[in-house]
Unconditional design. Structure first.
Length: 231
């Protein structure tokens, strides 16, 4: 392509030189200057040659430019796939998978031990059939949860019976690995009390009532939630 450009440029130069050469030859040889018509003819021929050479030069330049553009490799942009987000571990209430037993329970009113892990936070006066209540129990009462296979846990949420007469004012939880965590006094209105502790793997835990209010007649729980550890 570059040779074609040079060739076209040379053509322009040659055309111009041809006109000048003819005039010079006439002068050197002593020939009289050509008449007006002859001169005009030669000028027209030279102009035509120059125009053709310029056209060839323009075509060659266009061809070179196109060739250079086509010679540059075109690469398509590549995109890396976005990494899939790691799944976020969630804590679950494993108390729902346990079996509950208690120091005592009121079977006549359906206020049995398993009602403390039925997933429903309620009790008297709203719905007494959704809570665990002892029969005359106070300090010394207990509720035990047992799992068929080990569970790793790191916190519990305790809900006292929502009536304002029965209240746990002192308590703790003992685990099957021999460890104990103090859970203290529970809210008398039945709202949850969260107790966190270092994660441990166990097959059972026991909620122990160590103290109650003076008005307590039948201690118990609306719900006991036990949450799995996420790490």
């Amino acid at each position: 392509m570059r040779k074609l450009v040079k060739f076209a440029a040379a053509g322009v130069t040659a055309a111009v030189a041809a006109v000048a050469g003819t005039a010079l030859a006439d002068t050197v040889t002593g020939n009289p200057l050509p008449d007006i018509q002859t001169a005009q003819s030669k000028v027209a021929a030279a102009q035509t040659a120059v125009a053709q050479a310029k056209s060839a030069l323009a075509d060659a330049q266009t061809a070179v430019s196109s060739a250079l553009q086509n010679s540059v490799p075109t690469t398509s942009p590549t995109t890396s796939p976005s990494p899939s987000p790691s799944p976020t571990a969630t804590s679950t209430n494993v108390a729902l998978q346990a079996t509950a037993t208690a120091s005592s329970q009121n079977t006549s009113t359906s206020q049995t031990a398993n009602k403390a892990i039925d997933g429903v936070i309620s009790g008297y006066p709203a719905d007494y059939t959704k809570e665990w209540a002892t029969t005359g129990g106070g300090a010394g009462s207990w509720l035990k949860l047992t799992w068929s296979s080990p569970v790793k846990v790191d916190h519990v949420v305790l809900y006292d019976r929502p009536n304002l007469n029965d209240q746990v004012t002192g308590s703790n939880i003992t685990f099957s690995d021999g460890s104990t965590v103090s859970t203290g006094s529970l809210n008398n209105d039945g709202t949850g009390v969260t107790v966190s502790f270092p994660a441990r793997t166990v097959t059972s835990l026991t909620f122990n009532v160590t103290a109650v209010s003076s008005s307590t007649a039948n201690v118990g729980l609306s719900e006991l939630q036990v949450f799995s550890a996420t790490s």
